[in-house]
Design a protein around this ligand. Structure first.
Ligand code: GDP
Ligand code: MG
Length: 444
């Protein structure tokens, strides 16, 4: 498989820690990798160009947080822009029209129109108590109408009786009429596709549209559609006028690029995704999940977000200076513990890194959790100011006093002192190396 984008950006940009802001040169280097990642994810070239231009505008000059590696900063900007492009909000199928509301499914052959028609019908029946009628307008493929009928029987949704020899436009009229007479809330028209876009297909779709006046025209597209996605979406939108997109086979190994391409080119929302062959394998579209898929990462973005929310950039800068001078006292340790606490503890932080979910339980078992942080902070706050500045003066009598003041034991205090010594050593070493970045900086 490919290296994930954050790994690549990491190696390009992590040398930059300590500078104030992302420069145009840094960003351009990062964007070369972003471009590659998007193309590997099958995003269409013309969409990639516009996208990277927008990211460049946002990233150049962006202030660097000491606690976040520059590579992650760029990943976050890329991720946010992906989500913005994909559409921030979840748009459901719009049934806000006089009954029967007609939904027309369009797309290439094999894209999943028939399957998706039945899935949507089932969803509207089960979840919204709608009375739904389905009709197959696919007179091209033998047994296509039969296929929808079988799915209707499986899901308990009525299908329009098949009359041999009728053309698609006539079937559309009959379906709408039956919808009216039968008191249906929704009529779903499953149309025929072609292996590729051609003129007769577009003409047929336009005629059906004119006759049935659908409220929604949903383009059903395979998530594995690569560079063709742009052409596909543009043609259907220009010639027929789509109102939304359903992306199928998201359960496969498609990398999600088609979603971005189609959305960027048409501006039409992706409303649903198909995640399997079964009738309940239909889900709402969540832009952030597709964005993650495109970037090929775990939940690293929320880690960066939390770090950005919780770590005060100035404090981190002051800490870096202290480390360079080799000084790290109990007050500093308390600051670091509080930062870890805010981030949900070690378990919370590590759990967000890809592939570390399992280690979380071990960490919890080892007691490296919020309880421990609280105990450690209680110990530090029971110290005098002099003790906090210079923990070397802590001998047995002082430890006893602190233990009783904080409700802990001498062993707890010794553990904390040991942790402080170890961290102070590391910080001193890092200080000598001239690199900044707090404890968080090394952990994320
Ligand atoms: P149509 O020609 O556009 O009507 O496509 P079909 O609905 O007949 O689907 C073609 C094939 O794709 C069928 O075998 C479906 O079971 C399968 N299919 C449709 N949607 C999905 C999906 O979301 N995931 C998977 N894995 N298969 C799907
Ligand atoms: Mg079909």
């Amino acid at each position: 498989m490919f290296d994930s984008l954050q790994d690549r950006l990491g190696s390009i940009l992590n040398g930059l820690t300590g500078r104030g802001a992302l420069s145009e040169k840094d960003v351009n280097a990062a964007l070369r990798e972003v471009r590659r990642a998007l193309l590997e994810a099958d995003v269409a070239l013309e969409v990639v160009r516009g996208f990277t231009d927008r990211v460049r505008d946002k990233a150049v000059g962006a202030e660097l947080l000491k606690s976040i590696k520059p590579g992650q900063m760029v990943v976050k900007i890329v991720h946010d822009e992906l989500v913005a492009t994909l559409g921030e909000t979840q748009e459901p199928i719009d049934l806000n029209a006089p009954a029967p509301v007609v939904l027309m499914m369009v797309g290439l052959q094999g894209s999943g129109k028939t399957t998706t028609s039945a899935k949507i019908a089932k969803r509207l029946t089960d979840r919204q108590r709608k009375k739904v009628l389905m009709a197959s307008l696919d007179t091209r493929r033998p047994a296509a109408q039969e296929q929808l009928k079988v799915l209707g029987e499986q899901t308990g949704v009525t299908t329009l009786p098949i009359i041999a020899g009728q053309d698609p436009v006539a079937i559309a009229s009959r379906a709408k009429e039956a919808g009216k007479l039968g008191g249906y809330d929704v009529v779903i028209l499953d149309t025929a596709g072609r292996t590729h876009i051609d003129e007769p297909l577009m003409v047929e779709m336009a005629e059906i549209k004119a006759r049935a006046a659908p409220h929604e025209i949903l383009l059903v597209a395979d998530s594995l559609t690569g560079q063709d996605a742009v052409n596909l979406a543009r043609s259907f939108d220009e010639r027929v006028g789509i109102t939304g997109i359903v992306l199928t086979r998201v359960d496969g190994d498609g990398r999600g690029g088609a979603a971005l391409s189609m959305r960027a080119v048409t501006g039409k929302p992706i409303k649903l995704i198909g995640t399997g062959e079964k009738m309940d394998a239909l889900e709402d579209f969540h832009p952030a999940r597709i964005a993650d898929r495109i970037l090929g990462m775990g939940d690293i973005v929320s880690l960066v977000e939390r770090a950005a929310e919780n770590i005060d950039a100035e404090k981190a800068a002051a800490m870096a200076k202290k480390m360079q001078s080799g000084k790290f006292d109990m007050n500093d340790l308390a600051d670091q513990i509080r930062q870890m606490q805010k981030m949900g503890g070690m378990g919370g932080m590590l759990g967000m890194l890809p592939g570390i979910g399992k280690m979380k339980d071990q960490i919890a078992a080892a007691g490296l959790d919020d309880k421990l942080f609280k105990r450690q902070l209680a110990i530090i706050s029971s110290m005098t100011a002099a003790e906090r500045k210079n923990p070397g003066i802590l001998k047995n009598s002082r430890k006893k006093r602190i233990a009783s003041g904080s409700g802990t034991s001498a062993a707890d205090i010794n553990k904390l002192l040991k942790m402080h010594r170890q961290m102070a050593d590391v910080m001193k070493a890092m200080g000598k190396g001239g690199k900044g970045g707090g404890m968080m900086g090394r952990m994320v």
